[in-house]
Each structure stands twice: as C-alpha cells, then as structure tokens.
Design a protein around this ligand. Structure first.
Ligand code: GLN
Length: 386
C-alpha cells in the first residue's frame, strides 16, 4: 500500500504538543507549552464578541483587513522603529507559525541553506525541510547564548539564503543586543541573505532591557522579513493572528503562499486585534510585571530543586541544565515530573537537530499567573525529597 510523503519523514511530531497531551492525561500543571492561563484583556475579548455580532464572519481580504494592516504599520513605526507600507508590505497570517512557514515556502529554493541558531524553537527545522532547503545550525553557547561572529562566519556561504533571528529567544530567554544583530546584518549583506525574524516575545522583556528589530538597522529594511503576532503579547494564543512585514516584491510572493494555505486569518479576531493595538502603555507594563513575578518564583524553586537555571532576559521560558539533579536523560525526567510530581516541562533535546546534544537540558515555561507557579512550586519541592 502507498504511504505518506518522504518530506514528512524528515521530522518528528512536536514534542511541545506531545508534552501538553501528557500533562492533560496526568492532570499536571502545564509548564511545557508556552501559553498563558489567563485571558486577553476584557475590552479585547469584548471587541471579538462585538465583531461576531456585527457581521465580521466571512473571509476577510486575504492579506488582512486594511485597518489592521494600517494599525500594524503604525505600531511597527512607533515600537520597532522602522517604516512599512500597510498596502503592499504587511500581511496578516494565522499566527506567527503560519507567517514563518509561508515566508520560507515563498522564499526558499531547493539547495538553499538557512542558518538557525541552536537551540531553536522546534518549528524552524520542519518549516525549512518542507520548503526544500537545508538547515545550517550555529551554536549559541551557554551560559550567555551570544551570537558569536566566528561561529556565524563558519556557517554562512554562497548558499545561505536566510538566517532565522528569534529575539527574545525561545528556549534560552536571550535578548540579542544591537551589536550582535549588527554581526548578523554584516553577514547578510556580505552574502546577500535575508534575515527572517520571529519577534513574538518582543514585549516580554525584563530587567530594563529593550527589544531591537533587525529591520531597524541601517541597510536591513530591504532584506529583513519581520514576523510577529498577537498571541503572546495579548494572551490570545488560540486566536491565531500574526503578521509578516517584507518589502513589496517579497510580500507578493508570501501573500500568494498565505492565500493558498489559509485564505485569511480569522476575520472577527482581526477586528479584536485592532482594539488590542489601542491598549495603553500600562497594559504592557503590567504584563511584564506579572511575568517577572512568575519568573522569580520559578527560578527560585527550580534552583532549590537542583536545576542549574539560565536566568532569562526575555520571553517566558527557563532553560535548565539537569546534571545536578542526578538525571541523565531529559525525556525520562520530563515524563517523571509529569507523572509523579504533576509539573510539565519540555525535554531540551527537542530544541536541537541532534537530540543527544540536549539530553541534559529541560525547558520550563512560566507563562502562568504567579498563583499557578506557586502551586507548581509546592509540587516541585517534593522532587527534591524523592
Ligand atoms: N511557542 C510556544 C512554545 O514554545 C508554543 C508552541 C506551540 O505549541 N505552538 O511552547
């Protein structure tokens, strides 16, 4: 009998989603998949309900509602410090996830190479493979997880079509500095490569640091594809609304792929995202304060439980080294924590192309209210006593 296509054999199922299923089956607190246990702001939810009741229920124009694209363009100018034309350069997608795969499908040819700093969010590998290109990994070394010029130079070549720049970074929590982004810019210019970004955690940053979009650096506007979305900033991961910003010619290609993949992002939720973009500065401050508190709580209990933690500068994950817990296998430890302790995490191996590289690491998410983290902390205290 005929079976599935070879292209789907090049990668495995998502480990993050697998851990979520395991958490559900075992009633564990899900610190595996990064999503909040609280709702979007009330007025944003009300806008969604109002939109559904006001007839926003059919397809929207495939590239996204004109008002939302205009609002995104204003936000990007104010917050990300670069300009884009809402008519020709902004595309609203079904989440950043679709934005990323539509971009890669639209820009990559077989034989092209994509540079991916490693560890990396698991989608980038399959996205690149599905696009027919090859991944070239470059190590972000602990404890700083910095972009290192020498290592990056070693993986760039004439075949390099793009580099994926995820900042704030999942899973390490690193926020790349302007100087590091300039190293990437110089290589992109030398090798005529694109920077494809994932800036979904752009508002979730701690300790007074700030987010830099590589598109805002001199000379990068035309060779950057900026991808972000509403999921994490507005606690609406199930709404699936994101966007891609790229110069006109690239946007035309991305829009074609997006149209044939999904037609459009959910129409009433695009309306609600418009109201999200009108939230005052205090909203972002309070979101950061909530996550900052959860970060502190989880860091403390994980360290007490024997994990070596890398303090995140942004996003909502704590990357840990499990060596001092006595465990030697990330997957076994993750399963044990879910089944016996009641707390979910993600085996670190799923963030590496060669799983053995991550055997001694585990990722915990603190994308939850401080009270949820406190309950998880109670449970994790039992781990030490085992
Ligand atoms: N980005 C989140 C994570 O890394 C959620 C991923 C997903 O399941 N789409 O956990």
């Amino acid at each position: 009998m005929k079976g599935p296509a070879r292209r789907a054999e090049g990668f495995t199922e998502s480990v993050i989603r697998e851990m979520t299923r395991l958490c559900q089956a075992n009633n564990a607190i899900n610190l595996a998949q990064g999503f909040p246990d609280f709702d979007p702001p009330a007025r944003v939810k009300q806008s969604a309900i109002k939109a559904i009741n006001s007839g926003y229920n059919q397809y929207s124009i495939t590239r996204g509602s004109p008002e939302l694209r205009q609002a995104i363009s204003r936000k990007v100018k104010r917050f990300n410090h670069f300009k884009c034309n809402p008519e020709s350069e902004v595309t609203v997608t079904c989440g950043t996830t679709e934005g990323m795969i539509s971009t890669l499908l639209a820009l990559l040819n077989p034989g092209d190479e994509v540079v991916i700093p490693e560890p990396f969010y698991e989608n980038y590998g399959p996205d690149t493979i599905l696009s027919g290109a090859k991944c070239r990994y470059v190590k972000l070394a602990p404890p700083e997880f910095e972009i290192e010029e020498e290592s990056l130079k070693n993986v760039f070549s004439r075949k390099t079509k793009a580099i994926i720049v995820n900042t704030p970074h999942n899973p390490t929590g690193r926020v790349f500095r302007r100087e590091e982004l300039k190293i990437i810019r110089d290589l992109c210019q030398d090798y005529d490569a694109f920077a494809i970004t994932d800036e979904i955690y752009e508002h979730i940053i701690y300790d007074g640091l700030s987010h830099t979009s590589i598109a805002s650096l001199d000379g990068m506007g035309e060779r950057t594809i900026t991808i972000s979305g509403f999921s994490k900033t507005y606690s609406a991961t199930g709404w699936r609304v994101g966007y891609v910003i790229a110069r006109k010619e690239l946007s035309s290609a991305i829009r074609k792929v997006h149209d044939f993949l999904t037609v459009c992002a959910p129409t009433p939720l695009q309306e609600a995202c418009l109201s999200a973009l009108k939230l005052p500065e205090s909203y972002y401050k309070s979101l950061r304060a909530t996550y900052d508190e959860s970060r502190g709580l989880l860091l403390k209990v994980l360290e007490e439980a024997g994990f070596k933690c890398f303090k995140p500068e942004g996003a909502y994950y704590i990357w840990t080294d499990i060596r001092s817990t006595g465990f030697r296998n990330d997957r076994k430890l993750a399963e044990m924590l879910i089944k016996r302790i009641g707390v979910g995490s993600v085996p670190g191996s799923s963030f590496f192309h060669n799983p053995s590289t991550g055997r001694l690491t585990l990722r915990f998410s603190f994308s939850k209210m401080p009270q949820t983290i406190r309950i998880a902390a109670e449970r994790l205290r039992r781990f030490r006593r085992l």
